[in-house]
Design a binder for this molecule. Sequence first.
Ligand code: GLY
Ligand code: MN
Length: 462
Amino acid sequence: MFKLEVYKNRRKDLMRKMGNGLIFFPGNTEVSFNYPANTYHFRQDSNFLYFFGLNQPDLAAVLDANTGKEYIFGNDVDMDDIIWMGPQPSIKDRAAKCGVENTAPFSELSGFLQNAQNKGQQIHILPVYRGDTTIQLADLLGIHHSEVKKLISEQLIKAVVSLREIKDEYEIAEIEKAVETAYKMHTTSMKMAKPGIIEQEIAGVVEGIAISGGGPVSFPVILSVRGETLHNHHHNNILQIGQMMVTDAGCETQMGYASDITRTVPVGGKFNERQKAVYEIVLKANEEVIKQCKPGIFYRDMHFWAAKTIVNGLKELGLMKGDTDAAVAAGAHALFMPHGLGHQMGLDVHDMEGLGENYVGYDEEIQRSEQFGLAFLRMAKRLKPGMVMTDEPGIYFIPALIDLWKSESKHTGFINYDKLESYKDFGGIRIEDDLLITENGCRVLGTPIPKTVEEIEKTMGE
Ligand code: GLY
Ligand code: MN
């Protein structure tokens, strides 16, 4: 945990922003995977972690924005728990670690909340993303589960986003720890990418490194020579010379902060001319974003910049043609990069996505586009110092999408479909770094992970 004042100040800021009402944070419970006692790795709710730092199941917290009083609800362990789980601190001791004075058994929570409701006090909750939590909230509040969403508070969502999106020095240090582990995950993946090996052999080692570093992975490992499938979690292919292998993987620190890094390497360790040519375009897009990111600019403009860099590069290869700005405005580049440039990252790998992407990446100044490709941009709004962003351009040759667009004669003024036919076996390339927005620009977090053609070939040759 961070020091106690960090959590106290966060809660004080939140209550000040809210002004009045009860703010209710249900912590997460254990989730079973094939029978009740066999549970997934426990993951605390990220908002609960942010404001209380307590990483145990079956807790709930309430902040009274009118009085400033703070409460943690939970049960002390009994002898059975001690026998199976070992000795545990009391709820009082746990609460003291984050500066909360008032504690009560879980059985008192329902009465507490319903009493507040009866007195006309507003209860604010954040969006719920687990069915178990919805049922728990309905039971606690004495309402039907379909009514729970009526308590979701836009004011609370906006207040939480405004706090969580600016990372303090302690959070940045945690994220850098996660990137350091990702360094090991990715350099290991590169060195293992030899012909004959099965993807799952590498994916397992990569995930193991995340767990050894405190872990777990911050999302299921994406590792494939069929990297044109953006989130490919199937690891059954046998690597062959001539293929590019995408590894998109990150980890969490013990406190829950994420990394999210992608590297793409040629199987066997040497780029061929065609691979190198496409790779250099993606690399240029990634690096130009790093050069230009600074507070005040819209991240959507960085997305457009990356898209233009990709169009210019593909024009040089003869795969695209026409005016670059017009191609990007029309969305023709989305055949090759049908996703957004990046997202915020912190306690969630897609930070705060559970609160609603549009609250995190968009605001009154900028609304989400419906255009294919651009619609998947998770973060478009202006950058601020302290934000942590991913910068993850890519070029993919997706046979089904190429065939569809070709059959529809889509953007024929910008795309050379005939030449593209010979690239349908290429796969995909994505390069992703985690950036901290600073006062004047940005900084790539962590020890630089091999990224240029020379650096990758050297690392793979070691
Ligand atoms: N690294 C996976 C993603 O950003 O969606
Ligand atoms: Mn990402």
